[in-house]
Design a protein. Structure first.
Length: 307
C-alpha cells in the first residue's frame, strides 16, 4: 500500500497501441519488464501520458486491472483515476485496489479558481475514495489549476489518505522548499515525486524531493541521477542530466511531446509501435531523423560517462 515514505522512480507508463489503435497488450508486458529493469521502483499508469482520456471505461479497467500491468509488475502500481465525476473515479479506484494496486492519482479538474474550491474538491475526493491512498497531481501547465503551498498543506492536513504530491509545477523549486520547511516545523510530511520529464531532477532532489514520477523516453535517466545523488556525487548527477538534456528539450515541445516519447520508446524496443490513439499528432520524417541524431549523440555522451 502506498504511503508517505515512497521514494525512488515511479515511471509513468505509456499505453501502447497497435497501428490501428487497439491496445497492444504484448507491448504492455514488455514495457513493464523493461521499466523495472531500468530502475523503476514503481509504475504509474493511466495518467496524462497514458492517454487515459482516449480509453473507454472498460479499456481502462483492462489496462489497469484485468490484464497485465498490476498482475505483472513486481513493484507498486499507482493508477490515475482523475474523472469529471466522483462516481467514475471511485469505481476505477476500487477496481484497481481490488486487483492489487498500491494507490491512485487524482488531478484537479480544470476550472477550479479559488483556494476554497480546490480544498473542497480534494475533501470530496477523499470521501469518495474512502481508505484508498492517493497522490495529488499538481500540474498547472496541463490543468490550469494553481495550487499554492498553503493549499497543499491544508489538503495534507484535512485529507489523511493524501500520501504523495506529484510535483509538476514550473517553476516549482521554491514550492518544494516551502513544503519541506513546513514539514520540518511539524506539518505531516508526505512523499514528493517530481515530473516535467526529469528536467530539474538534481535541483528537486536537493530541495528535498524523494524522487521522480515522470515518463521521459529514456526512463533509466531518473534512476541514474537518483543513484548519483544518493551517493553524494552531485557533479555526476548533473553530468548525467547534461547527456540527456538535448533529447529532453526536444521532447518538451508542446503538442508533440508524447509522440516523440513514444517514438523513443519504440526505437529502444520497449514498445512495438509509436502509435498514438487519435486524435494525436504524427511525426514527420524530418522530426524522426532529428530524434535519431539526438539519440546517437546522447549515446556517445553516456559512453563517455561509462554508462
Amino acid at each position: 500500500m502506498l504511503d508517505e515514505t515512497a521514494k525512488g522512480v515511479f515511471t509513468i507508463a505509456a499505453t501502447p497501441f497497435l497501428p490501428g489503435g487497439a491496445i497492444d497488450f504484448d507491448s504492455i508486458d514488455r514495457m513493464v519488464d523493461r521499466y523495472q529493469q531500468m530502475g523503476a521502483s514503481g509504475l504509474t499508469i493511466l495518467g496524462m501520458m497514458g492517454e487515459a482520456g482516449k480509453l473507454s471505461a472498460s479499456e481502462s479497467v483492462a489496462v489497469a486491472v484485468v490484464t497485465r500491468v498490476i498482475g505483472r509488475a513486481a513493484v507498486p502500481v499507482i493508477v490515475g483515476v482523475s474523472a469529471p465525476g466522483f462516481a467514475a473515479m471511485q469505481a476505477l479506484a476500487e477496481a484497481a485496489m481490488a486487483a492489487g494496486g498500491a494507490g491512485v492519482m487524482v488531478a484537479p479538474p480544470t476550472g477550479l479558481r479559488t483556494d476554497d474550491r480546490i480544498l473542497g474538491y480534494f475533501r470530496n475526493a477523499t470521501r469518495a475514495l474512502g481508505p484508498i491512498p492517493f497522490v495529488l497531481q499538481d500540474f498547472p501547465l496541463a490543468t490550469d489549476v494553481q495550487i499554492a503551498p498553503s493549499v497543499i498543506l491544508s489538503i495534507v492536513a484535512d485529507c489523511p489518505t493524501c500520501v504523495m504530491l506529484k510535483h509538476e509545477d514550473w517553476p516549482g523549486l521554491e514550492k518544494i522548499s516551502a513544503l519541506r520547511r513546513a514539514s520540518d516545523a511539524g506539518a505531516r510530511r508526505i512523499s514528493i515525486l517530481c515530473g516535467n520529464g526529469g528536467m530539474f531532477l538534481p535541483e528537486e532532489l536537493g530541495r528535498g524531493a524523494d524522487g521522480a514520477m515522470t515518463g521521459f523516453g529514456y526512463p533509466q535517466m531518473m534512476a541514474r541521477i537518483i543513484k548519483a545523488h544518493d551517493a553524494g556525487d552531485t557533479d555526476r548527477a548533473h553530468d548525467i542530466l547534461d547527456a540527456y538534456l538535448p533529447m529532453m528539450r526536444y521532447e518538451g515541445q508542446p503538442g508533440l511531446g508524447l509522440a516523440i516519447r513514444k517514438y523513443s520508446l519504440a526505437k529502444q524496443g520497449i514498445i512495438a509501435h509509436p502509435t498514438l490513439r487519435q486524435p494525436g499528432p504524427t511525426l514527420s520524417a524530418a522530426a524522426m531523423s532529428e530524434i535519431d541524431i539526438l539519440a546517437e549523440r546522447q549515446a556517445r555522451k553516456l559512453a563517455d560517462l561509462g554508462l
